[in-house]
Design a protein around this ligand. Sequence first.
Ligand code: NMX
Ligand code: MLT
Length: 434
Amino acid sequence: MILNEKIAAQLPAERERYRALAKDHADVVVDEVTVGQIVGGMRDIKSLLTDISYVDPAEGIRFRGMSIPEMLAALPKPDGIDMPYVGGLFYLLLIGEVPTKEQALEVESEWIKRSEVPAYVFDTLRAMPKDTHPMTLFSLAVQSLQTQSEFARRYQEGMKKDEYWEPALEDTLNLTARLPIVAAFIYNLKFKDGMEPKVNPSLDYGANFARMLGVEDQDGYADLARLYFIIHSDHESGNASAHVTHLAASTLSDIYYAFSAGLNALAGPLHGLANQECLDWLLGVRDQFGGVPTKEQLRQYAWDTLESGQVIPGYGHAVLRVPDPRFTAQMKFAKERFPDDTLVQIADMVFEVVPQVLKEQGKAKNPSPNVDAISGTLQYYYGVREFDFYTVLFGVSRALGVTANYVWARALGQPIERPKSVTMKMLEDVVAGK
Ligand code: NMX
Ligand code: MLT
């Protein structure tokens, strides 16, 4: 398979780079740590290693060095379609090169071959109480697939460390092939007729997802699905879902265990769940004012939210200090295709008004929108209105980034992660110069 061959070809040089850093230059100082960073959620401490993507605070995400507009222009697309193959994005993340159309299609066809979801996974989800949150079901389904892990099986048989990446890639392809089907099943089970979805081998990842979800405007939604799965895939490795996945897998837990843990982090309202919360907030604006409010009304609404002790979902970021280019890409998609939609107009006005409100409040370090400020609005337009489901979509996409990182972490032989903790007394002593 092309991905194995390409990774195998890169391995000697990449392992040598890693070895040189780990052994020859281990004592070179990269960063220093302040008390504020220790008590403040480790913000900005340079302590993780990944070549898959990088978030520049003043520019936003680059996937393997490419900005979102560069990447969307360069990746191969289905004939006559605006958005690239998701398989092409996955190739880019794993291999670090823009694939040809044939190479992107090879990844797509690997996914089709591996798309059978064992029946017990559906049965497990059906056995859960009806009011279970879709993210609980999603994490549970991934965990239940662990019985299929090739990595765990080979590890038990005594595989050598040099070989770890091969079953890691095998598990990764199986997992990412099955996630859209599991996600669509959760949607059907919770909100529709409960049918078990099957992929159509003649369709790509995005189009299959649109069909399995049963969205009416399948072509428009397939293009949104491609865009969505591409831009949410990775955000360097310090974000909570990526970091949790990496940490869990650093113990040599397989990717099913590790990604299930990552999904549990994504389910938090300060992380992935913010997209559902944000749509809820926009609908609150629409319902209170019977449509698009005036700027003054919106300003007051935002202040009311802050004064009631809530955050404004979809705004702020731990790293970014400018509008998130993932927000910009989705807003462009919406304005090109459905500019008159009321929620798009409200989201656009929020973008004009809320940053100023947050600046006046003076707490948030970044008053700009993040990816979640608009993503739910686009789903809502296409009729995917059950917003409990939105973080599952985020999870399908995030799997692509964290698994690419996982394969390379095992290929390079990255160690178990284990930072050092200190006590409050120790910090107080440092502050007192003791
Ligand atoms: N609305 C109100 N207050 C905010 C906001 C916001 N959107 N963003 C930050 N703040 C507050 C924050 O709660 C903190 O207050 P306090 O000192 O009382 O604890 C203060 O501003 C400083 O926070 P920052 O250092 O700017 O942000 P931090 O790095 O800690 O957190 C987020 C980043 C994203 C968690 C934060 O901006 C937030 O809660 N935003 C709203 C939720 C959201 O949109 N999350 C999605 C993030 C993207 N994703 O997909 O994961
Ligand atoms: C993400 O995509 O993971 C979010 O923007 C959060 C982050 O980067 O910290």
